[in-house]
Design a protein around this ligand. Structure first.
Ligand SMILES: NCCC(=O)NCCc1ccc(O)c(O)c1
Length: 762
């Protein structure tokens, strides 16, 4: 008897028994008790709002077992540890102490949010009595018995199990934090792949947002390696087009589903549904809108592609890899991201976020009143003695690095950007937009509750943006006994991964750089040879406009008003990327070659603010070295560069060894390279797909160009993308690419010949 879950009410008990017998722990979720009624909630609908909220000390003690009569997220006696998809590895104790907690909880289901649409009769045909659906979100699942639902795919992965086809339907909408849905229900903290509650709390401050399936973060995609992932993206955002990028997914063979507007596809029009299909490479990844600024307004979610433990070189280091122990960090504004673009001069200047969220949750302290909202914080529950894999995703969109620290617990880093590394123990992790870090936490402290602190660094230091979460031992107290850490007095740092001031080619006992990590999977020998086939130096900087040059009659140049009021344009190798009117991947033959440019091929009329479609061609299977050189030289900014389509190896990260050089530039980096002074190390350089270039420094990256395609390579800061800090790395030729699927949507300019008027008109 398998655990397909098609007839889950019948097979549920058998599934649990089967899974326990093979040593995979499944933790039944207890039935929720004491959920308050809609009436209770409507009377206190504003309890979490700033202004009416209680100050921090009170609110922090009431965040989980509300004193406001609203909701007891974890009512006493029930087990909040319960998660619907507990995924174990081979090692460690053979059964979870909570897995055998009586028969009562099973009535709630191992899958605590069963999709009603999945009910089928014994022939596998949809059962008629459930055919009264109205939701297109589940129609496909009913129609096609080959598809698995999100909660069926979020499972422990086994070597001999056949792959599934995992189906997701994202409905994208304009939506609201603290809308009337919050009078109906409170979001379920334990199910990350599907929510039956449409209330979005965020940090308790009302605003308009964009959502997928009225969730923040959007639905989590959790599958096993070799599964096929199908996502129907239904765009109902009025007046908006969209694409979704699957950050970290290589898209080998599905290049046209990478989700980059006007590179790999035409954006999805309002009212249209676009079906993405890909097979995921293992690791912690995420999805996000790649159009405009939509990501910052809420369009993101996690992707976890798991492997059988035998395939993960670090699986012996953890007992659990839970669906709930994904930790997605995001920055949060209290207004639309577009309010900050191109940017203002007097009120709400710059692009810095008001707040930070952990899995879409958090509280906000109003800087004017000192009052704090009272929304729930994220809680990760662990059992004494066990070791847990956490999967952290930095989904920030702004320029702020994020620093994560767990009170009383070390972090053993085992993977970054989905790729395993030799384990390294640290106390705090600094990460940049687009990066992922997986680490193991051992529940080896006194059972209790401990603070998790996520601080926004860099520009976020001005507003002191931070968020708290809680690491809680099962059956222990809900509240930490210590004072909540503040921005200025945080949890002690100890050993730091990625300190902002590191000189990574100089060893330090209290710091680890990404370039010090060692890949736990083999690196192609060709990557490690002295001379790559192609070597590309890419300096990047801002062009600063004088208003009189920018605002000339009949010109409409794009720009960003940076904090401080400078009007800037991004340049990579002296070019600002502008998207073509149609994607080269599917419509190259219709695009004028004049649109494209690169450092060796600048348009004749190009000025200091040159705009064109920056594209660099490299031969298929060549070994490519890229040296990024920070010519921005703003002490607060380190730009994280993300490459689509393929990971690169981090060969070196450094700053100039020449003390007389105050500011690095292309010329100096070339000079260092000629003298053999660019830092390069060839001992198992780690794989990454997103890496920050230290300010006033450089990075040396290498990749084997074996995935043909048009791959965007760009700074991951959202406001820098829209002012051109991008280019296309074009690998191979059109003939190397798989054919585009039939009826692939098309786009482009419509410029027919102008016809003379008819006269007379009738
Ligand atoms: N002498 C260098 C001063 C400088 O580089 N100023 C730009 C700062 C900046 C630009 C864009 C941003 O998005 C941002 O946050 C900050």
């Amino acid at each position: 008897m398998g655990c397909s879950g098609r007839l889950y009410f019948l097979t549920l008990v058998l599934c649990v028994v089967t899974e326990l017998a093979i040593g995979v722990r499944v933790v039944p979720k207890r039935k929720k008790e004491a959920i308050s009624t809609a009436d209770d909630q409507s009377t206190s609908a504003s309890w979490w709002q700033a202004g009416t909220a209680t100050p921090f000390r009170e609110s922090s003690s009431s965040a989980f077992s509300s004193t406001h009569g609203l909701v007891q997220t974890h009512p006493s006696g029930s087990d909040p540890f319960a998660s619907f998809g507990s995924i174990g590895s081979t090692s460690g104790p053979s059964s979870n102490p909570f897995a055998s907690s009586g028969s009562g909880p099973l009535s709630g289901g191992v899958r605590n949010n069963p999709l009603p649409s999945l009910a089928r009769n014994a022939n596998g045909k949809p059962s008629l009595k459930h055919l009264d659906f109205t939701s297109s979100a589940t129609a496909e699942l009913r129609r096609n018995p080959a598809l698995s639902a999100p909660d069926e795919c979020a499972r422990a992965c086994r070597e001999n199990e056949p792959p599934r086809i995992c189906y997701y339907h994202f409905t994208l909408e304009l939506y609201t934090v603290l809308g009337a849905a919050c009078q109906v229900c409170t979001p379920n903290a334990t199910n990350v792949v599907w929510s039956h509650c449409q209330c979005v709390l965020a940090d308790g401050v009302e605003r308009g947002i964009l959502t997928a399936n009225r969730m923040l973060p959007g639905p989590s995609i959790q599958v096993c390696e070799n599964d096929k992932v199908v996502i129907d993206v239904e765009n109902h955002m009025e007046g908006m087009e969209v694409t979704i990028h699957w950050h970290g997914i290589w898209q080998r063979g599905s290049q046209y589903y990478d989700g980059v507007p006007f590179v790999t596809q035409c954006p999805i029009q309002q009212g249209n549904t676009f079906r993405y299909q890909w097979q995921g490479n293992a690791g912690t990844h995420f999805w996000h809108a790649h159009t405009g600024l939509q990501k910052l307004d809420g369009l993101y979610g996690s992707i976890v592609v798991r492997q059988p433990p035998s395939k993960d070189p670090n699986s012996h280091l953890y007992d659990y890899d839970l669906t709930t122990h994904v930790m997605l960090l995001s920055d949060w504004l209290h207004e639309d991201a577009a309010e900050r673009y191109p940017g203002r001069l007097a009120v709400n200047t710059g692009q810095d976020p008001e707040n930070v969220l952990i899995n879409g949750k958090g509280q906000f302290r109003d800087p004017n009143t000192g009052f704090m909202t009272n929304t729930p914080l994220e809680v990760f529950t662990i059992t004494p003695g066990r070791r847990y894999r956490f999967r952290m995703i930095n989904a920030f969109a702004s320029v702020c690095p994020a620093q994560v620290t767990f009170e009383g617990h070390n972090l053993t880093v085992i993977a970054t950007d989905g790729e395993p590394v030799h384990p390294v123990q640290v106390n705090t992790i600094i990460s940049f937009s687009g990066e992922r870090y997986d680490f193991v936490i051992e529940a080896n402290n006194i059972p209790g509750a401990y603070w998790i602190q996520v601080r926004g660094l860099g520009e976020c230091g001005i507003k002191r943006a931070q968020q708290l979460g809680i690491l809680r031992y099962a059956r222990g107290p809900y509240q930490p006994s210590s004072q909540p850490p503040t921005y200025d007095v945080g949890i002690p740092q100890g050993v730091i991964l990625n300190p902002l001031d590191a000189i990574c080619n100089v060893k330090r006992n209290d710091a680890v750089c990404v370039s010090n990590l060692k890949s736990a999977r083999p690196v192609d020998k060709a990557i490690l040879q002295e001379r790559p086939d192609v070597k590309i130096f890419l300096p990047f900087r801002f062009h600063f406009y004088k208003p009189k040059d920018l605002f000339q009659e009949n010109t409409y140049r794009n720009y960003l008003v940076a904090p401080g009021g400078d009007h800037v344009l991004s340049l990579v190798d002296e070019i600002s990327y502008r998207a073509p009117p149609a994607p080269p991947l599917s419509q190259m033959h219709e695009l004028s070659p004049d649109l494209f440019c690169n450092g060796d091929n600048r348009p004749a009329n190009c000025a200091v603010d040159c705009r064109c479609t920056h594209m660099i061609d490299v031969p298929l299977n060549s070994i490519v070295e890229i040296v990024l050189v920070d010519e921005v030289q703003s002490p607060n900014l380190s730009h994280p560069f993300h490459l689509h389509g393929t990971p690169y190896n981090v060969i070196g990260i450094g700053r100039s060894p020449d003390k007389n050089i105050k500011k690095i530039n292309l010329k100096h980096a070339l000079d260092l390279d000629r003298k053999g002074l660019l830092h390069r190390q060839y001992n198992l350089p780690p794989f990454k797909d997103t890496l920050a270039v230290p300010n006033n420094g450089y990075v040396v990256l290498r990749l084997k160009a074996d995935n043909p395609g048009y791959w965007l390579f760009h700074c991951h800061f959202i406001y820098h993308i829209v002012i051109g800090m991008n280019l296309i790395l074009h690998i191979g030729t059109q003939g190397d690419l798989p054919p585009v699927p039939p009826n692939f949507p098309r786009c482009g300019d419509h410029l027919p010949t102008i016809t003379p008027p008819y006269f007379p008109i009738h």
